[in-house]
Design a protein around this ligand. Structure first.
Ligand code: FMN
Length: 175
């Protein structure tokens, strides 16, 4: 039996969300028995979406909303016959400021996943209850390297989703 696929996909104009996506992928790859795919959103086809057992979507904060490309991507998922039902979903975001949209963006992604019948989860810790987020342009969190604190959150999100996928893939005997 093939390993279940965890798809991590993101939109990133200036590289911040991509950095966080790489940390999420690292976390997912730390779990054996999953295949991890890390792709920018414009390189994801419908077959990637359909074959994935889990999808982790990342967006920058744009005026307290997801980037339009992210919403278009989610809107393009197949709906008839509920092929997305019971896939695991999770979210991450990066925003320039502290608390000016990161949570809204993650929750918006999760809301949309719920419409498709997906099972949505946050990260490993209370600090990633809604997913992993990073501040990229305020106070000590300026341009350049992403703070380790945020990369760890991304890692934890990826590893939690991958662990869940493995346990879903090998269901216990519930009888
Ligand atoms: C059009 C636009 C709107 C933005 N609006 C917000 C905002 O409402 N809140 C915020 O925290 N950051 C905002 N930002 C900053 C980005 O979210 C931040 O720089 C993010 O890390 C960019 O991600 P990227 O490098 O992956 O493109 C905005 C940036 C742009 C270009």
């Amino acid at each position: 039996q093939e390993n279940p696929v965890v798809l991590i996909t993101y939109y990133s104009q200036s590289g911040n969300t991509e950095k966080l996506a790489q940390a999420v992928a690292k976390g997912a790859k730390s779990v054996p028995e999953v295949e991890v795919k890390l792709l920018p959103i414009d390189q994801v086809g419908e077959s990637d979406v359909l074959e994935a057992s889990a999808i982790i979507v990342g967006s920058p904060v744009y005026n307290a909303n997801v980037a339009p490309a992210i919403q278009e991507f989610i809107n393009s998922w197949p709906f008839e016959g509920s092929p997305m039902k019971n896939k695991i979903g999770a979210a991450f975001s990066t925003g320039g400021g502290i608390s000016i949209g990161e949570e809204l963006v993650m929750l918006n992604i999760l809301h949309s996943m719920l419409i498709y019948g997906m099972i949505v989860v946050g990260g490993e810790e209370t600090e990633t209850a809604f997913g992993a987020s990073a501040v990229t342009g305020e106070g000590p969190f300026g341009e350049g390297e992403m703070d380790d604190l945020f990369l760890k959150k991304g890692f934890g999100l990826g590893s939690r989703v991958a662990k869940l996928v493995v346990s879903f893939h090998n269901p216990p005997d519930w009888k």
